[in-house]
Design a protein around this ligand. Sequence first.
Ligand code: URA
Length: 341
Amino acid sequence: MNDDTPDSMQELADVLQDVRRHLLWQEETAGRSLLVDAKVAAELQQQRAAASSVRTMIARTKAPEPAAAPTPPRPPVESPSRDTLHAAMKQPLGAPRPLATTPPPAAAPRAPMAAATPPPSAPRAAPAPAMLLDVPPSAPRHNGALPGVVEGERPTLDQVRRELGDCRRCKLCSGRKNIVFGSGNPRADLVFVGEGPGENEDLQGVPFVGAAGDLLTKMIGAMGFTRNDVYIANVVKCRPPGNRNPEPDEIAACEPFLRSQLLAIQPKVIVALGKFAAQTLLRDTTPITRMRGQWREYEGIQLMPTFHPAYLLRNSAEKRNAWADLQQVMKLFGKHPGSSA
Ligand code: URA
């Protein structure tokens, strides 16, 4: 087969486009690909090699031949077929590697929270590994899991919000009235993460403003903070219809933005409210009833899983346990709890 025909060049260009689109898609949606293990890394390397070899071929077929010098015969090029590339690209990336599951010692508190304290200049969260795409060195590079984040840099919340835009990445966009991005102090030392907006939040574009929000506001107050001291966000930013649970594809589409928000804020402590927040951030399917009250670690940040306020509204006997969890958080900030919420 003659690889220099216009048809084959076009086909190669098409394949390259497919590869780039696929890698961009991975970058946009597959936050988990950041936690690549060796096998996944090898698969990604293969995909990059395939893309690179296609690009090389296209460059060769497009390069002008020198006019005078006789051209040595070109060695035959190993041309991956479209089918081979597609098959390679469709290989599963494998399950995400779970983060450390042993609770960090709660006896190592960071400095007490001070809302006005500027964040450390060096990001606490480790920068993500180099991304998958070959892009010109001058172009900013995304780090793959974190939309709006240039590799090695700490984003601002505004950048993350801009990247989210008028999001259409999952089906929740069709029913929402407002995206509920998050609210509070962008430099908070304490972040609360809920599940997803309900009806009131959807109407106002602000998290936790309904009945569960009232309880959360009380919990925050009982801890000695105000809503303006802390930051409040959700796993999904758009209301699931009828307040149903968010579905895995919706969480997968939105989770990278939550991770970017946390990278931007770099709090000292995260309180994960309910199973969706705790299981998503920790990549751990342990039930919330067993996870709650145990210090965990998210990207070097202390994380306390506890019950969701909406659950507490339905199960008030559990408020005592939730309060015990929050008291542990208070201790970390050097605050001295009373005996009840
Ligand atoms: N429940 C949540 O998880 N988040 C909100 O913003 C409101 C209710």
